[in-house]
Design a protein around this ligand. Structure first.
Ligand SMILES: C[S@@+](CC[C@H](N)C(=O)[O-])C[C@H]1O[C@@H](n2cnc3c(N)ncnc32)[C@H](O)[C@@H]1O
Length: 250
């Protein structure tokens, strides 16, 4: 793969400690929720985009699903491979860019969780083009009638925690709804290029619709507090459930 992106570099370095983050501690309950919300029948196929250290992919595989995990970070994928081996499960791992992956097979469901690439912008990434490209790849990888579930940063909360001074200081860009990331540990040199993108429900509905994925529901989606409940303006993340329309050509 070519020169590493800033996010790739960040996650490669963070991989050994990623699962120490408190927001990763609810995986079993999150997978319970995913199975119900995505109406996953037994043994069906699931694609995890931005799978990271594979916590959802591995838990789904443990429950008998056929899982593929895609991530840009070799470090995160190595962690995922080790954890899958320790759990005694098979997962297909692929190092791919979320805007450019392609599979010959298609999937019964797709997940993209905890900002799994969606809205994690590097230098030069367009705040509309990046998420649109990911949705294009997701749609292309889904079987007709398949569902997808995303959790993304909440643009309301992002806006409410910034001031006009932050706009002047280039910390927050209201045009792209992006902020300079303050992820810890502090990123590699040049990490100032790491930007995170917030989304609001109307825009999510439009982006998903334009990708051919009509939205079924939007709920609050902060890690550790998933549920079929309204979005709280100040919470970290929003959850989107969408569906690829059925193929009516036959
Ligand atoms: C916050 S982690 C979330 C990991 C996992 N989904 C979870 O819930 O724990 C974001 C992941 O997205 C990956 N990522 C970031 N940009 C990406 C891109 N453009 N293509 C593929 N993966 C990317 C990172 O390497 C990282 O593993």
């Amino acid at each position: 793969m070519k020169t590493k992106t800033a996010w790739q570099e960040f996650f490669d370095g963070h991989a050994p400690n990623y699962l120490e983050n408190c927001f990763t501690k609810n995986t079993v309950a999150e997978v319970d929720f995913l199975i119900e919300a995505l109406e996953l029948a037994a043994s069906t196929s699931v694609l995890d985009v931005g799978c990271g250290a594979g916590r959802h992919a591995i838990e789904l595989a443990r429950r008998g699903y056929r899982v593929t995990g895609v991530d840009l970070s070799a470090g995160m994928l190595e962690q995922a491979r080790q954890d899958a081996q320790a759990a005694g499960v098979e997962v297909r791992w692929r190092q791919e860019h979320a805007t450019a992956f392609e599979f010959s097979d298609s999937f019964d469901a797709v997940i993209c969780l905890c900002e799994g690439a969606f809205g994690l912008l590097g230098r030069g990434d367009d705040p509309i083009g990046q998420p649109s490209a990911i949705l294009g790849r997701v749609e292309a990888s889904m079987k007709p009638s398949a569902k997808c579930l995303f959790t993304v940063l909440n643009g309301f909360a992002m806006t409410r925690r910034h001031s006009n001074a932050d706009v002047v200081d280039n910390i927050f860009d209201p045009l792209g709804l992006t902020e300079l990331s303050n992820v810890q540990p502090r990123p590699v040199a040049g990490g100032g290029h790491l930007r995170e993108r917030g989304f609001v429900p109307t825009e999510l509905t439009l982006l998903f619709q334009m990708a051919g994925l009509p939205v079924l529901n939007i709920w609050g989606g902060t890690a550790g507090n998933w549920g079929r409940r309204p979005v709280d303006l100040d919470e970290m993340e929003i959850m989107v459930l969408a569906c690829k329309p059925p193929d009516l050509s036959n």
